[in-house]
Design a protein around this ligand. Structure first.
Ligand SMILES: Nc1ncnc2c1ncn2[C@@H]1O[C@H](COP(=O)(O)OP(=O)(O)OP(=O)(O)O)[C@@H](O)[C@H]1O
Length: 799
């Protein structure tokens, strides 16, 4: 291999030497042998005279002043006597001239011992090619050397004003075989191809024949071997150049072929960069690596790729569909190119695979998105349907709620709007007695000792809606009246009276003990607490405004217990407590002057409730009167005179008037005598119609209070009516399913005047009738499906 290379180099060197000798004349070039060794070639050209003269012959004036040696005999063989400055000047001027002509140059040091003589040979051959091109004028194509065929197309000509270097890099296959084939032969090969021709087996055959025609038979094998070797090298170079082209396009700033080969840039990036970089490549200077892929203007069949390398090296690779290179061929370079090509191939395959993977990923994502879209629209449709159902159910819920509210209150009416409860006070601490005026307390009955223990009629029993014994707690008392209190929020009026003689426990029931505790809280506070709780529970459907007013009626005169505050809005129980305390203080001031007036006046706390249905906008108004009546003791026995008598008369009159009104209402009389007292006048609007009235009768257990107790109980008996409990079974013995059926049962019981109907009475003690029956089935009137109604059951129970 090395031998063949040396042989090729010698052929080229001889060609260069012969051309120089021919050009400048043998005499002038006497120091240049016809077939010089590398050393002889270097020494012969070292002073630059031959080179300068040669270039001046071709292009006169290229080197304006050539430093001549006056006496050739004085020049030593190695030229050491020549002033270094002189031949440096010549060589430098020569190289400058070549640059101006656009020809490849070499380094001054290449003419020194150890320099790269091959570059000098390249340079001379380029000059030779330039010379011949010039001689042929516009009809020829510049080549390094060799003869020019007459058939050569004008399309192979040098372009006027085009830098010689560019023209040269666009040249064809002459350079391909430069190291292995004579210049004439390579030129012949190149120019034998018509522009429209492609390299065919015939043309290759012709090329081979041309090369071998003047060779001796023994030279043929080595030449063929050399030729094939060059073809392989060329093929590899092309591949490497293709790869480099791709890599350079990826990163034009990186001129290292190997580093580009190892690049892991994606194909997309390469494409984008390649497109954007195209077209500006020609503008790059000779110190940069330029890449461009353009259609040859002269030859539509060829794609021209340029890879011009660093000027300092004087090496270049030109891929013109064919590749030319002045890079010396050695095993290192071949290995490097093979390695680069292999890496490029792997990289290319990898990138192809990545592209495929990306494509399949895109397909997967696309189909995923399509599926998601379908799923999304399905879900949306389902959601819309569900929303419509809920919306329908919500509107139905309000109807059902309204319907239930009416039914509920209808049941309250049927069970009795007037309820009378009796409560027995315990003996006061320190005043306990073995004997009590109360002989017995049952659920609904109180028995009073009327006379001597052993007399036959010594006991008398009274029946009310409920009787609470001395041990009954405040919570138990309130629980029984709680459903009535809740009616206020549905727009009903409620009156709760505390009736009884002085000291029997009225204030205790209504407000609680003097020192208030949680357990001791009376009806007033508990009722208001309950209202505030309900207000909070219904806040999504109703907006309630609650306000309180405190009044006192003394001697048939009405007064406001809380001056300058007729009706005070309240938002919590503590607001009400503060207000009541203020009212109690005002009463206390008066009582000091008027001798315990509190026992002889009626105290009335009125709670006004206004509720707005947030859906329908309907406004409901209700009020609750909590009345702590004046002491009911009889005046005939008290033998009082003067003011006390007057007070007693007013009290008796107003209590009798109240009894008359409630009795009239209980008996559903057409006329109700409201106007007989200030109290009944005040409560007129809240006693009639669908108003609920609750009378608490208080009994003192002391034996000497028997007379007052009997009198109180008789009063209460007048106003008490039969109250029906909630029916648990219908007339057929089946379960009562809904409010309507419940109403039917109650009506049947009333019609049969069967006040003692055990089926109904048995459940009277339930605190909330709604919990005794199945309200979940109250759908018929609203026309909703059972499923909807089941959904609403929860709401209804909460409501
Ligand atoms: N159920 C009860 N348990 C314990 N103590 C009670 C009960 N009822 C009343 N008392 C106590 O009995 C006393 C008298 O009660 P209270 O003042 O409530 O009677 P009253 O009927 O309101 O009297 P007045 O008509 O003078 O206002 C108070 O000390 C009270 O704490």
């Amino acid at each position: 291999m090395a031998g063949r290379k040396a042989e090729v180099a010698a052929v080229r060197r001889n060609e260069a030497a012969n051309w120089l000798r021919r050009t400048v004349g043998v005499v002038c070039a006497r120091d240049l042998a016809e077939e010089p060794s590398e050393e002889e070639f270097r020494v012969g050209l070292r002073n630059g005279i031959i080179l300068c003269n040669a270039v001046n012959k071709i292009q006169p004036g290229t080197v304006p002043k050539v430093v001549e040696v006056h006496s050739f005999s004085t020049i030593p063989a190695d030229g050491s006597a020549l002033c270094a400055y002189q031949y440096f000047e010549n060589v430098r001027n020569f190289l400058t001239g070549l640059q101006d002509l656009g020809l490849p140059t070499f380094e001054v040091s290449d003419l020194e011992k150890g320099g790269q003589g091959v570059r000098v040979v390249d340079c001379v051959l380029a000059l030779k090619s330039f010379s011949e091109t010039k001689q042929l004028g516009k009809q020829s194509l510049f080549k390094h050397g060799g003869i020019v065929k007459p058939s050569m197309s004008a399309k192979c000509q040098v372009r006027k004003n085009e830098p010689f270097m560019k023209t040269m890099t666009r040249s064809h296959s002459a350079e391909l075989l430069r190291d292995g084939i004579s210049l004439e032969q390579t030129l012949h090969l190149d120019c034998s191809l018509e522009p429209s021709e492609t390299i065919t087996s015939d043309s290759i055959k012709m090329l081979v024949q041309t090369i071998l025609s003047d060779k001796k038979p023994e030279e043929v094998p080595s030449l063929v071997e050399s030729l094939l070797s060059k073809v392989i090298q060329e093929f590899e170079r092309r591949m490497a150049n293709q790869n480099d082209l791709v890599k350079y396009t990826v990163d034009p700033n990186d001129s290292s072929p190997l580093s580009r080969t190892e690049s892991t840039d994606t194909p997309q990036e390469m494409d984008a960069t390649s497109i954007s970089d195209h077209g500006k490549m020609d503008e790059e200077d000779n110190n940069s690596v330029t890449n461009h892929v353009t259609m040859d203007e002269e030859d539509n069949n060829s794609v021209t790729n340029h890879v011009t390398m660093d000027e300092g090296d004087h090496n270049y690779v030109s891929a013109t569909g064919e590749v030319s290179s002045s890079v010396p061929v050695n095993s290192d370079n071949v290995e490097k190119y093979i390695l680069a090509m292999a890496k490029a191939e792997i990289q290319f395959e990898l990138q192809q695979k990545q592209i495929q993977d990306l494509k399949s990923s895109i397909c997967t994502v696309k189909s995923g998105i399509a599926q998601f879209k379908v799923q999304y629209s399905d879900d949306l449709a389902k959601l819309g349907k569900h929303l419509r159902t809920i919306s329908h159910a919500a509107s139905g819920y309000h109807k059902v709620l309204e319907e239930n509210r009416k039914l509920y209150n209808q049941i309250q009416d049927l069970r009795g709007n007037i309820r009378v409860y009796c409560r027995v006070r315990p003996f006061l601490p320190g005043k306990e007695s073995a004997s009590s005026s109360v002989a017995g307390v049952e659920d609904r009955t109180i028995t009073i000792m009327t006379a001597a223990k052993h007399a036959k009629d010594a006991r008398k029993s009274f029946t009310f809606n409920r009787v609470f014994g001395p041990l009954a707690t405040q919570a138990e008392v309130f629980a029984d009246m709680q459903p009535l209190v809740r009616s206020v929020l549905d727009g009903y009026n409620v009156c709760i009276f505390a009736y009884g003689q002085t000291g029997s426990g009225k204030t205790f029931t209504m407000s609680g003990p003097k020192i208030l505790t949680e357990e001791g809280l009376g009806v007033n506070y508990r009722a208001l607490n309950d209202l505030f709780d309900m207000q909070a529970q219904r806040k999504d459907t109703f907006c309630y405004e609650i306000s309180v007013q405190m009044l006192e009626i003394y001697n048939e005169h009405k007064g406001i217990a809380v001056p300058d505050a007729n009706i005070v809005p309240v938002a919590s129980t503590s607001d009400v407590v503060d207000l009541m305390n203020l009212g109690q203080k005002n009463r206390a001031v008066c009582s000091t002057a008027m001798n315990d007036r509190s026992s002889r006046s009626h105290s009335c706390v009125t709670v006004h409730v206004q509720g707005r249905d947030l859906t329908s906008g309907t406004v409901l108004r209700g009020c609750m009167h909590l009345v702590d009546l004046a002491g009911s003791e009889r005046v005939d026995k008290s033998e009082v005179v003067g003011d006390r008598l007057k007070e007693a008369q007013h009290i008796n009159k107003s209590l009798a008037a109240l009894g008359d009104v409630i009795a009239s209402l209980a008996q559903k009389n057409a006329h109700v005598p409201y106007r007989n007292s200030k109290l009944t006048q005040l409560l007129q609007d809240s006693l009639g119609g669908q108003a609920k009235t609750l009378m608490f009768i208080h009994i003192a257990p002391e034996p000497d209070a028997v007379g007052e107790s009997i009198s109180t109980l008789k009063f209460a008996e007048r106003v008490a009516t039969v109250e029906l409990g909630a029916a648990k079974t219908n007339k057929d013995g089946g379960e009562v399913k809904d409010l309507k059926e419940q109403i039917a049962c109650l009506r049947a019981a009333l019609a049969s005047k069967d006040g003692e109907n055990e089926n109904i009475r048995s459940s009277h003690s339930s605190p909330d009738i709604l919990r005794d029956i199945k309200v979940g089935h109250t759908s018929p009137a609203s026309g909703h499906t059972m499923e909807e109604v089941r959904c609403l059951e929860v709401f209804i129970f909460q409501a």
